[in-house]
Design a protein around this ligand. Structure first.
Ligand code: FAD
Ligand code: AMP
Length: 476
C-alpha cells in the first residue's frame, strides 16, 4: 500500500523545502521529493538556488571581488599587496564547500522537523497519488497525500541555433565550473544572471562581452539607476553591446563563433567560452500525469490563482514553476503561505513589496515601482535622491559610487518605490521594504534616526530631499 502523508511536496528548492518545513512545523506528516544529485553522488536538497544559483554565484562573486579589490583598490588605502595571484580550483572548492554546508543543513532541518525526504523524480497522478522514481535505480514508490505542493522550479532557456554542449557553450551550471579563466568570454543576455556571472570572470581576467538584444540597458530597473550602473560597469571593463541579437553559435577547433545582428549588420565574434543567460522557464517535464487535474498556462507554467492554488483545490504550486518573479525569497514566502493556508491559517504575499537585487559591484536593489512605471500609470509622485559620494561612510569605505532614489505619492507621501545602486544595496533595501510593507511615507523615513556614519544615511537624506530639506546636498 502507498505510504500516506498529509502533505507531499515535489521539489526541494527554496519554494519546496521551506514549504515542507513549515507544513511539518504545523503538525502535518510531510514528505519532500527532490531529484537533485550533488557532486558526491548523494541527494543535495536546496534546488537551483543552493546548488547552482544564488549561493554558488555569490560565493564566486565574493571571491572575485576580493581579488579585484586587491589588484585595483587597496593601493588607495595605503596597502601594497605586491604580486597578487589566485587559484581557480581553490575558489571553486570554497564555493562547493559552502554549497555542501547549506544543502546538508536543509537535510538536517528535515530530520529535526521530521520531514521525510525522497531522492527521486516525483510525478503527480490522479487523486493526489504521487509516484517517485528513485534516483539511480528503476524503483518506483507510491505515496498518497491529502495535499500536494508542486515546486519543480525552472530551467535555462536555450536559443535556437545555440546548442548547449556543457563545455564551450554553457548555462549557469557550466559558468560556475570553468576550471580556468576563459580568455574571451561571450555572454548572451545582459540580465541579472549574465551580469553577475560575467562580472565574476571579468574580475578574474576574462575579456567579457555581453550581447544584449534589447536597445536599453536593464529596462526593468529605474532609468537613473541603470544609467549609473552602466557607467560603473563600463569603467570595470565590461563590454555591454546593446541592440545586438545573437543568431547562432558554432564551435570550431575549440573556438566559439557567434553570429550577431546589430541594426542591419551581421558579424561574427570569437570566444573561448559562451554563456547563454537569456532567462529561465518553468520546469514541468514529467511532473504531471494527464489525469491529475492540474493545468499548465500557455507559457508552460503551472496555472495558479492569487493564493497559489492550482486547478485542483488540494494541489498548490509555488516558486519558479508559477507566475511572478523568479526569485528564491518569493518562492520561499509562497511556500510558507501555502503551508499555512493548508493548515487553515490566513496567509498571503504582497507581490508589490518583493525586493529585487543584482549582486554586481555596485549592487543594484529595488522594491516597488520605478519612475517610468508611475508615469505610465498616471500616478503623481515626488522624488528624492542622495549620492553615496556625500556620505562619510561611503568615502571611508573607498566605495562611494551610486545613490538612493525614493519615489512617493504626491498627495499622500506613501512610498511607492525605492531604488539603490551602490555598495551593500542588497542589505540597505530591507529598510525600504519594511517601510513600504507598513505603508510608510517618505516622511516616516525622514524622521527615523539613522546611525552615523552608515550608508543607510543616504536613505534618510533621500527621504529628506524628497521634501527639499536634505542637509548634506543642495536640494533641487
Ligand atoms: P528550484 O530552486 O529550481 O528547485 C526546484 C527543485 O525541484 C530542483 O532541485 C529540481 O531538481 C527539483 N525537481 C524538479 N522537478 C522535479 C520532480 N518532478 N521531482 C523531483 N524533483 C524535481 N534568486 C534570488 O532570489 N537571489 C539570487 O541571488 C539568485 N541568484 C541566482 C543565480 C543563478 C545563476 C540562477 C540560475 C538563479 C538565481 N536565482 C536567484 C533564482 C533562484 O535560484 C530561483 O528563483 C529559485 O531557486 C526558485 O526556487 P524553486 O524552489 O521554485 O525552484
Ligand atoms: P534575464 O531575463 O534577466 O535573465 O535577462 C535575459 C536577457 O537576455 C534579456 O535582457 C533578453 O533581452 C536577452 N536576450 C534574449 N534573447 C537574446 C538573444 N538572442 N541575443 C541577445 N540577447 C538576448
Amino acid at each position: 500500500m502507498a505510504e500516506q502523508f498529509d502533505v507531499v511536496v515535489i521539489g526541494g528548492g527554496p519554494g519546496g523545502y521551506v514549504a515542507a518545513i513549515r507544513a511539518a512545523q504545523l503538525g502535518m506528516k510531510t514528505a519532500c521529493i527532490d531529484m537533485f544529485t550533488g557532486k558526491d553522488g548523494k541527494q543535495a536538497l536546496g534546488g537551483t538556488c543552493l546548488n547552482v544559483g544564488c549561493i554558488p554565484s555569490k560565493a564566486l562573486l565574493d571571491s572575485s571581488k576580493h581579488y579585484h579589490h586587491l589588484q585595483h583598490d587597496y593601493g588607495d588605502h595605503g596597502i601594497n599587496a605586491g604580486d597578487v595571484s589566485f587559484d581557480v580550483s581553490k575558489m571553486l572548492g570554497r564555493k562547493d564547500g559552502i554549497v555542501k554546508q547549506l544543502t546538508g543543513g536543509v537535510a538536517g532541518l528535515f530530520k529535526a522537523n521530521k520531514v521525510t525526504a525522497f531522492h527521486g523524480k516525483g510525478k503527480l497522478l490522479a487523486n493526489r497519488e504521487v509516484e517517485v522514481t528513485v534516483s539511480g535505480s528503476e524503483d518506483v514508490t507510491k505515496l498518497e497525500a491529502k495535499f500536494v505542493i508542486l515546486a519543480s522550479g525552472s530551467e535555462p532557456i536555450a536559443i535556437p541555433g545555440v546548442e548547449f554542449d556543457g563545455e564551450y557553450i554553457v548555462d549557469n551550471v557550466g559558468a560556475l565550473e570553468f576550471s580556468e579563466t576563459p580568455k574571451r568570454l561571450g555572454v548572451i543576455g545582459a540580465g541579472v544572471i549574465g551580469l553577475e556571472l560575467g562580472s565574476v570572470w571579468s574580475r578574474l581576467g576574462s575579456d567579457v562581452i555581453l550581447l544584449e538584444a534589447l536597445p536599453d540597458f536593464l529596462p526593468v530597473v529605474d532609468e537613473d539607476v541603470a544609467r549609473a550602473a552602466a557607467r560603473d560597469f563600463k569603467k570595470q571593463g565590461l563590454d555591454i553591446r546593446l541592440g545586438t541579437k545573437v543568431k547562432k553559435a558554432e564551435v570550431r577547433k575549440g573556438v566559439v563563433h557567434v553570429t550577431v545582428e546589430s541594426g542591419d549588420e551581421e558579424s561574427v565574434l570569437e570566444f573561448d567560452r559562451l554563456l547563454v543567460a537569456v532567462g529561465r522557464r518553468a520546469y514541468t517535464e514529467g511532473l504531471l500525469s494527464d489525469d491529475c487535474g492540474v493545468k499548465l498556462t500557455e507559457r508552460g507554467q503551472v496555472e495558479v490563482d492569487s493564493q497559489s492554488r492550482t486547478s485542483d483545490e488540494n494541489v498548490w504550486a509555488v516558486g519558479d514553476c508559477v507566475r511572478g518573479p523568479m526569485l528564491a525569497h518569493k518562492a520561499s514566502e509562497e511556500g510558507i503561505a501555502v503551508a499555512e493556508i493548508i493548515a487553515g491559517m490566513p496567509a498571503h504575499i504582497h507581490f508589490d513589496t518583493v525586493p529585487w537585487v543584482i549582486y554586481t559591484d555596485p549592487e543594484i536593489a529595488w522594491v516597488g515601482k520605478n519612475e517610468k512605471e508611475l508615469r505610465e500609470e498616471g500616478i503623481e509622485f515626488n522624488t528624492g535622491s542622495f549620492p553615496f559620494a556625500a556620505t562619510g561612510r561611503g568615502l571611508a569605505l573607498g566605495n562611494a559610487s551610486g545613490m538612493v532614489k525614493l519615489l512617493a505619492d504626491a498627495e499622500t507621501d506613501e512610498l511607492l518605490g525605492a531604488h539603490i545602486v551602490g555598495a551593500s544595496a542588497s542589505e540597505l533595501i530591507a529598510e525600504c521594504v519594511v517601510a513600504m510593507e507598513f505603508h510608510g511615507s517618505a516622511e516616516d523615513l525622514a524622521r527615523i534616526v539613522h546611525a552615523h556614519p552608515t550608508l543607510s544615511e543616504a536613505i534618510h537624506e533621500a527621504a529628506l530631499n524628497l521634501d527639499k530639506r536634505a542637509i548634506h546636498r543642495v536640494n533641487k
